[in-house]
Design a protein around this ligand. Structure first.
Ligand SMILES: Cc1ncc(COP(=O)(O)O)c(C=O)c1O
Length: 395
């Protein structure tokens, strides 16, 4: 069997690790150490000078973290990866690496609230501008690009409205101008979508979500070409220092082993709940990549996503208070931000994940006060449905 021809499910368990290099340990060991010892002063000098391979200090590299990075690079079909202490540490490291004062970032029509906050910060402090673009046709995209656009930053599905961006369309237009395309792939995980295989350059994740899958780690990861990753490692990671702890990397390696089975179940449950919610008289609109009523998005989904994912957003007939009342009636489903956990979670984007986005911008992004986002968990879908059903009856 060719070892480099293994399928995703197998790579999620084995990639980047050889037990022979680690005392025959079946499971990757946890190197919970801040530093590494040198045999001699001269060896230390050689390692610092990059003349000899070997570990120096865990902010620069750590063996447990390295296994995670190699596994994620493989799963995302990139050349290399770097792990971070949070998704936002990964986003900020990438944007710091790709921009300088006076540059411009072109973003998809919605981004995670703290990414929006970071873009504001870059604008106010470093004069790095940004705009949001529908990117729905080549003409619209080219029209929105500026001579100083130094990167394109995409979320697809867009958080929380689930609109999709056609990755191949954006990547081909960007390539002509030599502009790197960054994709936040948090909502899909590499099991559902691999942006690099569609021509994009850099992928990042809040690994806190599906990569971890168990709600017990905050982490981020960036995947790209060896040259880009080397550059980020040397600059924005080493010197800004938002590195992952070895223990969190170890937990992510454990979570990754079940990513495909978890994702299948998240997607199955979400599809069943979508069918229930789409015809419910108290639901105004429903946003789900598997919704065939959104023909354009649905065809993009079939082109670049394996399955529709585990997130559903829906707006309730009524007001913000009606939406909050619904949340307060739930018995099984937890009110919490984050996503991708075994537990089903519900949140109110307008007052939670996107509260930092000014109201006018929020409305442009389609985030109404009655919108709720459901991260469908791994419970029996009938129990999730019955919980929502009884809560809907009370509003
Ligand atoms: C799409 C997306 N990107 C980035 C982040 C930031 O990740 P973290 O919370 O791990 O810093 C989040 C967090 O919710 C997110 O949903």
């Amino acid at each position: 069997m060719e070892k480099n021809n293994l399928r995703f499910e197998t790579e999620a368990i084995h990639a980047g690790y050889s037990s022979k290099e680690h005392q025959d340990s079946l499971v990757p060991p946890l190197y919970q150490t801040s530093t590494f010892t040198f045999d001699s002063a001269e060896q230390g000098e050689r390692r610092f000078a990059g003349q000899e391979e070997g570990y120096v200090y865990s902010r620069l590299a750590n063996p447990t973290v390295k296994i995670l990075e190699e596994r994620m690079a493989k799963l995302e079909q990139g050349e290399a990866a770097l792990a971070f202490s949070s998704g936002m540490a990964a986003v900020s490291a990438v944007l710091a690496a790709l921009t300088k004062t006076g540059d411009h970032i072109l973003c998809s029509q919605g981004v995670y609230g703290c990414t929006f906050g970071l873009l504001q910060f870059l604008k106010e402090k470093y004069n790095i501008g940004h705009d949001f673009s529908a990117m729905s046709t080549k003409e619209i995209l080219e029209n929105d690009l500026k001579p100083n656009t130094s990167c394109i930053y995409i979320e697809t599905p867009i958080n929380p409205t689930m609109k999709l961006v056609d990755l191949e369309l954006v990547a081909s237009a960007a390539k002509q101008r030599g502009i790197p395309v960054v994709v936040d792939n948090t909502f899909c995980s590499p099991y559902l979508q691999t942006p690099i295989s569609h021509g994009c350059d850099i992928v990042l994740h809040s690994a806190t979500k599906y990569i971890c899958g168990h709600g017990d780690v905050i982490a981020g990861i960036v995947i790209g070409s060896s040259n880009f990753i080397k550059e980020v490692s040397r600059t924005t990671q080493k010197d800004i220092g938002g590195i992952i702890s070895p223990f969190d990397a170890w937990l992510l390696l454990r979570g990754l082993k079940t990513l495909p089975v978890r994702m299948d179940r998240h997607c199955e449950n979400a599809s069943m709940l979508f069918e229930f919610l789409r015809t419910h008289p108290k639901v105004e609109t429903i946003y789900f990549p598997g919704n065939s009523d959104f023909t354009e998005d649905n065809s993009i989904m079939h082109k670049q996503m394996k399955k529709p994912g585990g997130l559903i957003s829906f707006s309730i007939k009524g007001t913000k208070q009606t939406a909050q009342l619904l949340m307060n009636q739930l018995k099984l489903i937890k009110i919490a931000v984050s996503l991708g956990d075994a537990e089903t979670l519900i949140q109110h984007p307008a007052t939670m994940t996107h509260a930092v986005v000014p109201e006018e911008e929020r409305r442009k992004m389609g985030i109404e006060d009655t919108l709720l986002r459901l991260s469908v968990g791994l419970e029996a879908w009938e129990d999730i449905k019955e919980d929502i059903e009884q809560a809907l009856e009370k509003i």
